[in-house]
Structure formats: C-alpha cells, structure tokens
Design a protein around this ligand. Structure first.
Ligand code: NAD
Length: 302
C-alpha cells in the first residue's frame, strides 16, 4: 500500500494515476474536516485529462489513523513538508521509504534529517495539475518525473519499478541532486521576475534586461560549485520560450493569495551561495524585490 501525504493538486494527480494503474494507495488529508468534505462527495474525484473526464473513487484518511506506513509519497508544499511528515513519524516503518515531490530544495534535506531510519528519495516533477473546484482535478500538462535517492548508492525501491511508464513518465536518476539544482536554478531565474513584474514567463527577458543576465551568471557560478557544469543561460531561455504564455507557479500563488515557495527556491540559492562565500548581489537584490512584492500583498516572505 502506498500513502500520499497531501490531497492538493499533485497529491491527487499521483493518487488518480496510481489508481488507474491498479496500485493501491491511500491519501492522507490534513484533518477530520477535510476527510468529512471528501466523504460528503463520496470520496469521488472528477479527474480531467487529455483523454476526457473520469470519476475515480479514492481512499482518504487523517494523519492519526493507526496503520503503519512503508511507502510514503509527500505531496505538500515545501514549507509544510517537515511538519506534515513529523505528524506521521510514529506510523513510519523503519527501513521504509519516503518520496518527496516538492519544488525547490531544503524540504527534502529537512525530512531526511528528521527521518534517519527511512530512505528518502526526491523527484523533479514537470507535470501541471490544478483544482478547478473541490473534488475536481485537471491534469493540464503531461510532464515527466525524475526520481533518485538523496543518498547516492541507495537502490530504486521496488514499488517505483512497478509503476507503468504508460501512466507515469518517470526515470531513475542517481545522483539526483544535479537534476534538482538545475531545476532550482531555472526557477530562480524565471519565477521571482514573474512575481515582481507580474508578467508571463515569456516577458521576463524584456522586463528584466541585464538584471536577468547578472542573475544567470551568478546562478552559473553556484551550479558549478554544486558540480553542475552545463550552460544555464540556454536552458533558461529555452524554458522561457517553451512556456512563454504560462504564469509561473509563484505568480499563480501570489494571485491566489497563497504562500509561495520563494524561500525554498531563491532563498535557498542565496543561503547556499553565502555558505560557499560566493557573492550574489543580483540574486540578493531579486530576493529583496520578491519579498517586498509579497509584503505588499500581505503574504509570508519565508
Ligand atoms: P497544493 O497546495 O495544491 O497541495 C498541498 C496539499 O498539502 C494541500 O491540500 C494541503 O492541505 C496539504 N497539506 C499541507 N499540510 C498538510 C499536513 N500536515 N497533512 C496533510 N496534508 C497537508 O500544492 P501542489 O500544487 O499539489 O504542490 C505540491 C508540491 O508539488 C509543491 O512543492 C509544488 O511546487 C510541487 N509541484 C506541483 C505541481 C503541480 O502541477 N501542482 C507540479 C510540479 C511540482
């Protein structure tokens, strides 16, 4: 049995696809109130994908259920992950595994530190899913997942190998950290600018001008320190072109009045640079501007 922690967009997407692949899973919601809301909908999820609309019946439970957990997939936002996993500590089997789906970095390491008896894996996910209404999920963009262990050398868990690649476009990658760092750097170069200029991804180069180039140069230095030697600028400009009409997740969060993951993306990059003694004035200025923007919208800056 797989357990998914968090019944948000990505958690429900994984639950829906696991169910379609006939892999048993249970979704852990935040509290009794959320459980009741699902029960009132007969635990049914309306799942819209590019093949049509499907009605799926999922299994939900609260964190205080007694069952022990061997395989946990954490699908909360980065800032909720540690607290959410801590709530389940007494249910986690020693030598079990935890797969973290969060964007950015920091939450995976925090959970690995708190759960030393379990193996922690991290995924870089490019799917796009959102909830148009309670009990409804739209899989707007089919993406792929790259999964690997935080500790190199840990083998792929057998349940992951059972996932049909028809439903899950995923691949195993060890070490995973370079993949996570690459994605973090791309997010650092695009998302905060979309926040401060309130623009689509495609407008970032024109709005940010030379500031973007300075950020790219600093991010490249940081990536090199992390062992990623690929050229970042062409990667970022490719993403900007291919997602030109998209609103970044950070900008969507701002518009919806939700806490962003800035601290696990640009905040993490700036802290890591400082730990390495690397000067990143353009990134620091971007972080300050993004935080100002969040404050103006009365949103948390961490
Ligand atoms: P979301 O806000 O839709 O879902 C998070 C869910 O976690 C919420 O339902 C919340 O109630 C739940 N939660 C928080 N604390 C909890 C707790 N203690 N116990 C149980 N549930 C708890 O967010 P999302 O869009 O699903 O994103 C989750 C993560 O996946 C983020 O890091 C995001 O960046 C990443 N991601 C999302 C997508 C996507 O398409 N939505 C794609 C790639 C990566």
């Amino acid at each position: 049995m797989l357990y998914i922690l968090g019944a948000g967009s990505l958690g429900l997407l994984w639950a829906a696809r696991l169910q379609q692949a006939d892999i048993a899973c249970r979704v852990i919601v935040r509290n009794a109130e959320q459980l009741q809301a699902w029960q009132q909908r007969s635990n049914r999820l309306r799942f819209n994908d590019d093949t049509g609309n499907h009605t799926l019946t999922l299994n939900f439970e609260t964190p205080d259920t007694a069952r022990m957990i061997r395989h946990l997939i954490v699908a909360t936002k980065a800032h909720s992950a540690l607290e959410a996993v801590r709530q389940l500590r007494h249910r986690l089997r020693p030598a079990g595994d935890i797969l973290m789906l969060q964007n950015g970095l920091g939450s995976q390491q925090a959970v690995a530190q708190a759960c030393r008896a379990q193996q922690v894996f991290a995924a870089s996910v490019t799917d796009g899913a959102w909830q148009p209404a309670p009990g409804e999920l739209t899989w707007a963009g089919r993406g792929s997942s790259v999964v690997g262990p935080l500790d190199t050398g840990t083998p792929c868990p057998e349940w992951l190998n059972r996932l049909s690649t028809a439903l899950f476009d995923w691949r195993w990658q060890t070490p995973i950290m370079p993949t996570l760092w690459r994605k973090l750097a791309i997010n650092c170069a695009i998302n905060p600018f979309t926040l401060i200029y309130d623009c689509h991804n495609g407008e970032v180069p024109a709005q940010a001008g030379a500031w973007l180039d300075s950020c790219l140069a600093e991010l490249q230095e940081l990536l090199n320190l992390k062992g990623v030697t690929e050229d970042l600028a062409p990667l970022v400009h490719d993403v900007i072109r291919s997602t030109a009409a998209n609103s970044s997740s950070m900008r969507q969060d701002l518009h919806a009045g939700r806490r962003t993951e800035i601290d696990y993306i640009l905040g993490y990059a700036c802290r890591q640079a400082s730990q390495h003694g690397l000067q990143v004035p353009a990134l620091e200025r971007l972080l300050d501007a993004a935080k100002d923007c969040l404050r103006q919208h009365q949103l948390p800056t961490d």
